[in-house]
Write a protein of this length. Structure first.
Lengths: 610, 103
């Protein structure tokens, strides 16, 4: 089915724009960048519609051959890959279109689209890969593009710092991932999904659990789960379409994808699955509370992303892999929309991101308002929107797994509804607080993707992902419980209602509530001081230790000492040896005679002269 | 022919001549004398070549000797030219005074 076309088309776009982009007009850059992704989407559609029942893989060439160990460049497509392909190329296409409007006034236009296309290439490699190593290539590639795009405005110190932070925090996760791969090679003798998964049952549970845990470390890094989530909020330094595409809809869900992809390992490692569920649940609640008190509109949605990714981990951790992927899909719709809408707001206000300086924008930018409202009701789980279906399938699975997880998840759903509508009310309701600036609606290139995503956010839930994946994953059997659904929906409405009271009906209430909460508010407002704790506990000791021991002792003392010492000794030896070149011919002759005599004696001693 | 003279005598003579050459090279200060000492060493080696060649009934020794003589002649031409040039420039033939090529 020529699967290679899907990732290679964006790669071609990257090469054209990356190499020639400086000399191309913006129109040509748009055609190349969007064309590459849309064609890739079209080809992916064709592949998905012709998806065979049997596992389908394409082998292109052998990449690494060492004895019996072999890694090929293999692409495979199954139902899980199909879902990911649709999300990545579909949402990716919309965001490319949106970017032409959003980036219209920015420098480095070709560079932006080249990176975006490169990202698509790596992300599609990641989801199409037929073995862990090729998946890892995509995994690292998207990390690279994330780094490049977070630091897109590289003249801004905070942007480059955020890029570095994302890259460095991801190293920790990727280290776990590489260890997992090595352990898979040692245990299974292969990295191919088709070889590893069928034999997972026959391996000892301990080793499979270890592999699953190491993969989970990688997934936690990429998908911003506690304690490795700290890079994602900072990643909002990048242009907003990047936040939508990479840091909401696609790349950050790669961790969920890997766990779901490796489900044959995880179902033989219940401990790892349980840990995934607990990390997910904790992260969901933890990040949701942080989002309650943020004033930067993108920061709210960033913590919201961390929180929603936690839901996905909760889903896969409870064994409901299809629910996790379902939420991944719907989240891609409404979170991409939230970010793109936020980008439209920021665009309208000429770069303002602080919600305290917004307000009343409903009248100025109605299209953005209504589309964002669709995303807000979807993420809040208002019935029959996309988020309602996926979130409730996760919460039901959590209840089936352990009831307390359901209750915590439901409270988090209430928090989610509260902070999203808090952002909505602060941005669009009340009076405009931004001074003389006149907000203007975004161009069509931006509003049309918003509308399409709004439609998907509302009705995307009817794309019945769990049924489509039903035969792929092991199915969990548990009764539908209408009471649980009603409770979680009620929690969502309660959140919306409280937000309405606090930010629309009685605008002063929020401040007095913050004051009366005192230190708890400060704790949440300052994101639990996690960044400061990491700074004090990890970064500072590491920097100081490196400076004192690794730099002063090891590098300056040991390594430089050895090298410089060899140099100094050589100079000393030369100083002594040069005395032999006295210019005195008779002394040379003496040394020649002396040497000859030594040589003759030595040869005599070893018996060369008989 | 020369049956009465054993090979060892030639070799001893050659060694003695060579030793004299070495001693002259090391201990004399006049460049001309040093130069002649070199010739003496070369000819001491020639003598041993010829002696072996005769003893072993092999022609190789002769050929080597001719080579050495040719090289010695060339060396004499170059060497004497150098000596002349040294004397013209420095008005001395003492090897110890010709020592400016050093570190």
């Amino acid at each position: 089915m020529q699967l290679w076309l899907i990732p290679v088309l964006p790669l071609a776009g990257f090469l054209i724009n990356g190499v020639l982009g400086r000399r191309l007009s913006r129109a040509v850059i748009n055609i190349v960048a969007i064309g590459a992704v849309v064609l890739s989407f079209a080809w992916a559609l064709k592949v998905v519609f012709a998806l065979p029942q049997a596992p389908y893989a394409e082998h292109y060439f052998n990449w690494i051959v060492a004895g019996s160990f072999k890694v090929g460049c293999d692409f495979a497509v199954d139902r899980l890959t199909a879902v990911m392909l649709m999300v990545v190329t579909g949402v990716g296409s919309l965001i490319h279109v949106y970017s032409t409007g959003y980036m219209a006034h920015e420098g480095g236009y070709y560079r932006f689209f080249a990176y975006l296309n490169l990202f698509m290439f790596f992300m599609l490699t990641l989801v199409l890969a037929g073995n862990y190593l090729l998946l890892f290539v995509g995994w690292e590639g998207v990390g690279l593009c994330s780094y490049l795009l977070i630091g897109f405005w590289f003249l801004k110190k905070s942007a480059t710092n955020a890029g570095n932070k994302a890259f460095i925090v991801n190293r920790i996760g990727d280290y776990g991932f590489s260890l997992a791969m090595l352990l898979i090679v040692v245990t299974f003798g292969s990295l191919d999904f088709g070889t590893v998964f069928p034999s997972a049952a026959s391996k000892p549970e301990g080793i499979v659990t270890l592999i699953a845990l190491l993969l989970l470390v990688g997934a936690c890094g990429k998908s911003a789960q506690f304690p490795l989530y700290v890079w994602l909020p900072d990643a909002m330094e990048g242009p907003t379409p990047v936040s939508a595409l990479i840091h909401a809809a696609t790349m950050v869900t790669a961790g969920v994808y890997v766990v779901a992809r490796s489900f044959p390992l995880y179902i033989h490692a219940p401990a790892a699955l349980e840990l995934a569920a607990r990390i997910g649940l904790f992260t969901a609640t933890f990040a949701a509370t942080i989002a309650l008190a943020q004033n930067d509109i993108k920061k709210v949605f960033a913590y919201s992303t961390v929180s929603q990714l936690g839901y996905m981990f909760l889903g896969v951790g409870c064994g409901a892999f299809s629910s996790g992927i379902y939420h991944l899909v719907t989240h891609a719709f409404f979170k991409a929309l939230l970010f793109l809408g936020a980008g439209s707001v920021i665009h309208a206000l000429g770069g303002e991101q602080d919600m305290r300086n917004m307000g009343g924008l409903r009248k100025h930018i109605p299209v953005t308002f209504w589309t964002l409202m669709c995303a807000a009701v979807a993420i809040s789980g208002v019935p029959f929107t996309s988020g309602f279906f996926s979130k409730d399938s996760i919460l039901l699975a959590a209840h089936h797994h352990e009831p307390w997880m359901y209750w915590v998840g439901t409270i988090t759903a209430g928090l989610t509804a509260f902070y999203v509508f808090r952002a909505m009310f602060m941005t669009f309701f009340g009076e405009y607080r931004g001074g003389d600036h006149h907000p203007h609606e975004a161009p069509k290139a931006m509003t049309i993707p918003l509308m399409i995503l709004a439609l998907l956010s509302l009705v995307g839930g009817y794309i019945n992902v769990p049924t489509w994946l039903g035969r792929f994953f092991p199915t969990l059997e548990y009764p539908e419980d209408i009471a649980l659904v009603v409770i979680s929906v009620a929690a969502g409405f309660a959140g919306i209602g409280i937000a309405y009271v606090m930010y629309v009906m009685k605008p002063g209430l929020a401040d007095s509530a913050a004051r009366s909460l005192g230190w708890i508010y400060q704790l949440v407002y300052n994101k639990y001081y996690v960044d400061q704790i990491y700074e004090a506990v990890i970064v500072k000791p590491l920097v100081n230790g490196s400076r004192a021991l690794l730099w002063r002792v090891v590098d300056a003392g040991l390594i430089d000492g050895t090298v410089n010492g060899i140099g100094a000794r050589s100079v000393g030896l030369g100083d002594w040896l040069k005395l032999f070149q006295s210019g005195n011919i008779r002394s040379y002759a003496t040394w020649v005679v002396f040497g000859s005599v030594i040589l003759v004696i030595a040869l005599g001693l070893v018996g060369a002269i008989r | 022919m020369m049956t009465g003279v054993p090979l060892s005598w030639y070799l001893i003579l050659s060694a003695v001549l060579f030793a004299l050459g070495v001693a002259g090279f090391l201990f004399r200060k006049n460049i001309i004398t040093v130069f002649m000492s070199i010739e003496l060493m070369l000819n001491a080696v020639n003598l041993s070549f010829i002696a072996f060649s005769y003893q072993l009934k092999q022609v190789n020794g002769h050929i080597f000797t001719f080579f050495v003589m040719v090289v010695a002649a060339a060396e004499a031409a170059v060497g004497l030219a150098i000596i002349l040039s040294v004397f013209k420039n420095r008005a001395t033939l003492n090897v110890d005074d010709v020592n400016s090529m050093k570190y």
